[in-house]
Design a protein around this ligand. Structure first.
Ligand code: GRF
Length: 187
């Protein structure tokens, strides 16, 4: 079985969906570690409940990205992590981790990339007035949501769509798609 580390910054509903797939036997991976850049994030509670080890840190306590990513890399290597799975990790991955885990870092983004990269992809899609948006799972490179695409699923917007209704649909789709795609990649 592959060893993975999940990276998250916030609520962690995708973290939860992946853990649920693991505990129900639908996804056979070892989740070795949660890496979190926000010690107050709810995802840390989810990890404790699931008995997943946590490394949380505050970037401002390090001189720069090279320094905190060096610490993350030590943690990953100590747990023999094979793949990094980003699930709402709100930072660009730097060269330390990109070089150590080339081709083995995966992200989920709430739009049909290359449309609407970066922050608030759901709001960007609504503002643009598109009729279709969706979810993308992709390999991570040095850019902002630019690496090779692994999987995409589309969602149609209704005329009366709000940010809340669209966000809920996106999350629902993410929670199905991410465990299913990880299963294909890891098993
Ligand atoms: C998800 O929409 C994901 O696509 C994006 O950040 C959000 C994280 O949500 N990268 P959650 O913390 O998993 O609930």
């Amino acid at each position: 079985m592959k060893n993975i580390a999940l990276f998250a910054s916030g609520s962690g509903s995708n973290f939860q969906a992946i853990m649920d797939a693991v505990s129900s036997g639908n996804l056979r991976v070892n989740v070795k570690l949660l890496i979190c850049d926000n010690p107050d994030a709810f995802v840390i509670k989810r990890a404790e409940r699931a008995e997943v080890a946590v490394f949380s840190f505050q970037p401002k306590e390090y001189p720069n990205k090279v320094a905190y990513e060096a610490e993350i890399l030590r943690q990953l290597q100590a747990q023999q992590v094979d793949f990094i799975v980003l699930a709402g990790y709100m930072r660009l991955i730097g060269k330390t981790l990109l070089e150590a885990y080339e081709g083995r870092i995966i992200n989920i983004h709430p739009s049909l990339l290359p449309s609407f990269p970066g922050l608030d992809a759901v709001g960007q899609a609504l503002d643009a007035g598109v009729k279709v948006t969706g979810v993308t799972i992709h390999y991570v490179d040095a850019g902002m949501d630019t690496g090779p695409i692994i999987a995409q699923k589309a969602i149609e917007l209704h005329p009366e769509e709000t940010k809340e209704t669209l966000q809920a649909k996106i999350h629902h789709l993410e929670h199905e798609l991410y465990p299913a795609v990880l299963k294909k990649l890891m098993e």
